[in-house]
Design a protein. Structure first.
Length: 391
């Protein structure tokens, strides 16, 4: 077996590449709207359908991830995503973009569950929070490379470049995925045992509370990831160059949120539920503050957006990373990861399409206030989870 550190970094780079192949849509979106390729509702529809397809893909592929060879699943997903990014950047009609981006969502759903299972094989229980924190930084790095690097290049080229470039990054990732084969075979676990474990877990009140928190986190994080570049343009009149640089700074602030999970676990010895209280409470304060700020200062607004995103990345790391890793020894890491990812993206996809008309009718500040209320609901749910003495 290869060293755990080597396995981790292969998984990290693989998921970093996957995020290049999905975060590019957001940075291309302002130019797509500007050129009339899509309008706000159509953009919301693409984002919503992407999240829904990704959600159902996670439900299917999460279960398959505990049964099949992880390296083959990840390789197939990356290859298909590269092809679909090329297609998305080449077609011209709204429905063609919608179709290609939707299939890309299913391709990308083939990665997280299998990667969680691979990591669960080489991660001690006491280090699961730190491992979840570290692997989640690949998402931030993907957004920084996409929103910063590709966003900067869009000043000189068409938005289509945002979809073509990530396809090329898949090639080196595919060569590394082969190195996971020694730890990508499924554990020898009785299917009857797994079914019994799933039945017990899904009947547990604490798991229902986790699902509720995953819903709130999914609504907030996915909405922020889709709309931040457009919000910066509309509310703060930011130029493409300023959108790219501001988006990178916001992602760097979000990096702190992910890093906090490992620190709170190791230094403060906080349980998952206690960390979730901190994240949702800070998110409530920052989102309500964002609505009150009313677009007067980009520095303040960008900082509040960064804190909002950081806290939801922190919650995402606990809910979709640390929690699934704890089920690795039961042969259920991929299954639980897929189930919670399904909930997260289904909630995000539904909320995006449901709330998008409010953007045009009432403006961004109304949306920000609604997001703040959702974060408050998450805070209350996390308090109940903590009282239930969750791990």
């Amino acid at each position: 077996m290869k060293r755990p550190s080597e396995i981790f970094w292969v998984c990290w780079f693989t998921y970093f590449t996957a995020y290049l192949c999905r975060s590019n849509f957001s940075i291309a979106l302002p130019e797509m709207i500007e050129e009339g390729v899509v309008d706000y509702v159509q953009a919301a529809m693409i984002g919503s359908v992407f999240y829904w397809v990704y959600a159902f893909g996670q439900l299917i592929n999460g279960r398959l991830g505990d049964k099949l060879d992880s390296s083959k699943m990840v390789g197939a997903g990356l290859t298909l995503s590269a092809v679909l990014n090329l297609v998305t950047g080449s077609v011209r009609e709204y429905f063609q973009i919608l179709g290609a981006w939707s299939v890309n969502a299913f391709a990308l759903s083939m990665l997280w569950g299998p990667i969680m299972r691979v990591l669960s094989h080489v991660t001690p229980q006491e280090a699961r929070g730190r491992t979840a924190s570290k692997i989640s930084t690949s998402m931030i790095a993907g957004y920084i490379a996409s929103w910063g690097g590709i966003g900067w290049l869009l000043r000189f080229s068409s938005w289509r470049l945002a979809f073509w470039l990530p396809s090329a990054a898949v090639v080196p990732a595919l060569t590394l995925v082969k190195r996971l084969r020694t730890v990508s075979k499924p554990l020898e676990v009785s299917h009857t045992h797994v079914k019994d474990e799933i039945r017990v877990v899904f009947k547990d009140l604490r798991f229902h509370l986790l699902i509720g928190l995953t819903v709130f986190q999914g609504i907030l994080r996915n909405a922020l990831m889709l709309w931040i570049p457009v919000l910066l343009r509309d509310v703060y009149s930011a130029s493409p160059n300023l959108i790219a640089s501001s988006s990178v700074l916001i992602q760097l602030i979000a990096f702190v949120g992910i890093s906090t999970v490992g620190i709170l676990e190791k230094k403060a010895n906080l349980r998952d539920s206690s960390q979730l209280i901190v994240f949702f409470l800070l998110s409530t304060i920052s989102l309500v503050g964002l609505s009150v700020e009313k677009g007067g200062n980009l520095l303040i607004g960008g900082g509040l957006l960064g804190v909002s995103l950081a806290t939801m990345y922190g919650a995402n790391t606990v809910l979709l990373g640390s929690v699934p890793l704890s089920f690795g020894n039961k042969g259920m890491a991929s299954t639980v990861a897929g189930a919670l990812d399904f909930v997260s993206y289904a909630a995000g996809g539904t909320a995006i399409i449901a709330l998008s008309p409010i953007i045009e009718e009432a403006g961004w500040h109304a949306i920000e206030l609604i997001w703040g209320v959702i974060a408050l609901m998450g805070t209350v749910t996390a308090l109940f989870l903590n009282l239930s003495r969750n791990v």
